[in-house]
Ligand binder design. Structure first.
Ligand SMILES: Nc1nc2c(ncn2[C@@H]2O[C@H](COP(=O)(O)OP(=O)(O)OP(=O)(O)O)[C@@H](O)[C@H]2O)c(=O)[nH]1
Ligand SMILES: [Mg+2]
Length: 397
């Protein structure tokens, strides 16, 4: 672990959190459960401990309370009885819903975007990432400021109350507006510097790792570039992109005609707050200028197909939908046959990774490789496929 990127919050007692979630019936139950598992993981990564999850099946989200009024009153009792610190909702709440729930619960309410922003604020290490996160945080906060929030932030820190580093979140609207303007200017200056840095790389062939959060991008980066990027079983361990030379084949850099550079980038997640995508666009320029994308997928996750869709949609949204892609299925050491859903292969029940490979490759969606960074299986194949793809691209030019 690089010292610079170590987490600092180990000694702070965990905040007791509860989750509120509406089940709208449009999703499959298993997909809803996966959302809750992921939200739980987000809370844990952010330094909280989920004590209980309250769910309710409804036709619509309640405009005033998110859940039904009776349920909300029951939750208010629970909060008081169990001395809960934090309420996290699975869906993004309107400023009015936050105000109403806060006035009843009298504790912090954070939605999914709020937790994601909090994790980003905790994990931002480089100057650029800090500015980007702080900007997104302030933009998110501006319409949501409540009197309780102002009151709480004066009392103590905790989830959602801190900006990047140790700075307390500002709760005065006017000051926040000024801050947003200042951060935007600052970001422009930093982006300009980064652009100059990127120029020297322009003649080299570049590959970017993209994918859902926690799929193993930084682990692969470390292995192939002999570097020490922070990789851990936490969400959004990486925020800023890092670019290094690829070393493989007897530990020498891959020889001409390519000087291969690889960039590791921020991971994606479903419902990534829009402000964050906006702020991180400049970091993702690295990806925009790369010749080839490695879309890394965690094949051991039951919902890897959903995760793939989120990544491809996000890439589209930021204007990178047309880049050549190699799909890299990682964690094959942990492949569970049950993980493959019937979505891709309809009635076929998948019994082994071999069978999955054959079926997937026969679909020829994009070139794909199956690897395990943990056991190093499939890495030679990955390098060969990368070279082959780059050859094809050069020929096509
Ligand atoms: N079983 C198994 N675990 C792996 C493999 N590759 C990575 N991991 C684990 O997956 C977790 C996430 O790895 P990272 O490399 O940090 O993932 P990332 O995609 O960079 O994640 P973020 O930067 O947080 O978006 C770590 O605990 C790794 O040890 C693999 O091939 N098999
Ligand atoms: Mg990473």
């Amino acid at each position: 672990m690089s010292k610079q990127q170590g987490y600092t919050n180990y000694n702070i007692p965990k905040e007791k959190a509860i989750i509120l979630a509406v089940f709208l019936g449009k999703l499959k139950v298993t997909a809803f459960e996966e959302q809750l598992r992921e939200l739980n993981f987000l809370i844990q990564t952010g330094g909280g401990d989920t004590i209980k999850t309250f769910t309710q099946s409804r036709a619509n989200i309640h405009p005033k309370w998110y859940l039904g009024q009776g349920k909300v009153e029951e939750i208010a009792h629970y909060i008081q009885e169990k001395k809960i610190d934090l309420v996290v909702s699975n869906d993004d709440l309107s400023p009015a819903q936050i105000r109403n729930l806060e006035s009843l619960f009298k504790i912090k309410i954070i939605d999914r975007s709020g937790i994601i922003l909090h994790i980003f604020a905790n994990n931002a290490r480089t100057n650029r990432a800090k500015i980007q996160v702080e900007l997104a945080q302030n933009q998110y906060l501006l319409p949501r400021l409540t009197r309780l929030w102002t009151h709480l932030s004066k009392q103590k820190g905790g989830i959602g109350m801190k900006g990047p580093g140790e700075t307390e979140i500002e709760t005065d609207r006017r000051v926040i507006r000024d801050k947003i303007a200042r951060l935007k200017k600052k970001l422009q200056t930093v982006d300009k510097q980064a652009n100059t840095q990127r120029k020297w790389r322009q003649k080299q062939t570049r590959i970017s790792l993209v994918g859902y959060t926690n799929v193993g991008k930084s682990s692969l980066m470390n292995l192939l570039t002999k570097s020490d990027v922070f990789a851990q079983n936490k969400l959004f361990a990486t925020l800023d992109s890092t670019t290094r030379k690829i070393f493989w084949e007897n530990e020498n850099p891959i020889k001409a005609p390519y000087q291969l550079l690889m960039s590791d980038t921020v991971g994606f997640i479903r419902k990534l707050p829009h402000g964050l995508i906006e702020s991180f666009k400049s970091t993702l320029d690295e990806v925009l200028e790369s010749d080839l994308l490695l879309h890394m997928v965690d094949i051991s996750n039951d919902f890897f197909e959903d995760q793939m869709k989120v990544v491809l949609n996000t890439l589209h949204e930021i204007g990178m939908g047309e880049k050549p892609i190699i799909t890299v299925f990682n964690k094959i050491d942990n492949f569970k046959p049950s993980a493959t859903s019937e979505d891709i292969f309809e009635d076929t029940s998948i019994k082994s990774i071999e069978q999955f490979k054959d079926l997937w490759i026969s679909k020829e969606i994009s070139p794909s490789v199956f690897i395990s960074v943990k056991t190093k299986e499939g890495l030679d194949d990955l390098i060969t496929t990368i070279k082959h793809q780059l050859d094809q691209l050069t020929k096509a030019q």
